[in-house]
Write a protein that binds this ligand. Sequence first.
Ligand SMILES: *[C@@H]1O[C@H](CO)[C@@H](O)[C@H](O)[C@H]1NC(C)=O
Ligand SMILES: *[C@@H]1O[C@H](CO)[C@@H](O)[C@H](O)[C@H]1NC(C)=O
Ligand SMILES: *[C@@H]1O[C@H](CO)[C@@H](O)[C@H](O)[C@H]1NC(C)=O
Ligand SMILES: *[C@@H]1O[C@H](CO)[C@@H](O)[C@H](O)[C@H]1NC(C)=O
Length: 514
Amino acid sequence: MCCVYLQGSMRGTLVVVFQALLWPVISASALFTVGLQESVYEAELHGDVGLVCLFSKVKSLSDLTVIWSRVEPKPAVDVYRLERGTENHNYTSAMFIKRAQLIHEQLDENRAVLHLKKLRIKDSGMYRCIVKEGDDGDYKQVSLKVTAPYTPVKKSIMKTGQDEVELSCESQGFPSAQVIWSDGQNTNLTEMSNSTVHSTEEDLIHIISKLTVKRDLVNNYTCSFLVKGEIQRMATFSIPNDILPHSSTQYVWIVAVVVVLLAIVFISVILRRRKNGQENRRNESPKCALLFSHSSSAKTDSLLTVNEVRPQTCDINSEDTAEKPPSLRSMLIRQYSELDTNAEMKSRLASYALLSKEGQSLNISSILPDKKETVLLLGEPGCGKTSVAQTLSSCWAERITTDPFNIRRLHLVFQVDCGRAKGDFFQVIKSSISYEKPLDVPEFRETLLGSTDCLLILDGYQEGNKDLDETLQWFLTERQTCRVLVTSHPGKCPALEKNVRTVLQLIQKPEKSG
Ligand SMILES: *[C@@H]1O[C@H](CO)[C@@H](O)[C@H](O)[C@H]1NC(C)=O
Ligand SMILES: *[C@@H]1O[C@H](CO)[C@@H](O)[C@H](O)[C@H]1NC(C)=O
Ligand SMILES: *[C@@H]1O[C@H](CO)[C@@H](O)[C@H](O)[C@H]1NC(C)=O
Ligand SMILES: *[C@@H]1O[C@H](CO)[C@@H](O)[C@H](O)[C@H]1NC(C)=O
């Protein structure tokens, strides 16, 4: 009796737990089932992945419900929801907004594919798909591991004592790595090393491992980064060859003294040349010409005497005031503030619709690429791509009060009309800037390629100019940070369309009738 009672109570508890876990209630007689293609997915940081659930044949897609959620780590969060054929983003967790989509075309093939892009380490976990047709449903779970390969090892050597140096290896990646040290005779030196580990902003594991060795002992030392027991990165120091050659203290002193002497001589020569140059310029300005009208220009031949003879009255900071150009940023802001944009930016933007490649409607702010990302925006001629591009740059230039694109935080924006493009990539961009002074091209290249957060808008791009296409390709792979938005007509950029991950479509909404 007692046992029967207990069993009944346990069964009751189990049912409650079962129901709580598996909303919706799945009847035991359901014929509708969900299956898996793979149960474990591995993908790289910043990459993308498609998680697949296979489901039974359905009569009509309009009655189909697909709910993808991440159930581990807790708490569970909503990733994507299709309710009876209609998308509902109301419950989507903020961390997946704009990054999670269902591939609608695959529903016809009974596949509920969740496409996650711009993967982060924190996306790792257990994902559950619930698929229902009407009240019949089933679910399955898959796990996702996001990894990042360790970066090439950065080596450095520091002198720590009279006869000791500290070797250091630095790299970052995910998941955690073990750093092993060995020498030329394959002796395991790991126990003598010391590693410091910290987590980066992107949740990568940053490791610096150090080993102190005798500086005069001829040997090789290797640090290896092992992930799950396999060597992913390694670097070797050759001692004493890798230490600065002949770095005995006396020698260093002599070198230092010689370098300082040379620098003094060099700087004084430059200064004299400059002063001389200024004097010549002074002579050209009317004020100075008056003051010095009697000092003969013949004297300028003698570099040494001219400076001493002349009084310094005309040295009115001529270099600082006259030659400092306005910054590139303020130039661009001025240039883009002049664009013809009006206060009704909002209503103008509302007349466009932005769609993903798959035809899903997106918020207009998706147009702004992430760092080092390229977004290709396609649209039929006359659909307003240029106008959207102009709105972006004038929004940046703070002409308008709202910032729907969140673009103000960028340091520079370059808007380039590719319709008139001539020459290679840098020439094309340079010619789009109305700068009074010639741009310092190497510095400009560095800005675009380096860590400045900037956006480059290539408006109306068409492939076919070999110089431009090749240098653009080169730029896209070499840049460190620059965001790139390319606008084009469908079919005009086949190579880009193939290579760029984020392709968006712009269409003009039909006028609302009534
Ligand atoms: C989302 O929420 C809004 C406001 O709460 C509501 O009007 C709308 O119907 C909801 N959408 C769906 C698909 O449930
Ligand atoms: C070297 O030593 C470390 C720690 O002492 C150990 O974890 C590692 O497995 C050893 N490696 C080899 C190749 O013996
Ligand atoms: C490792 O470094 C820490 C901090 O610098 C220090 O306290 C510790 O003694 C070192 N350990 C070894 C084995 O060198
Ligand atoms: C160090 O490595 C170099 C290159 O592999 C090799 O030629 C040299 O013999 C090694 N030296 C020692 C002491 O193992």
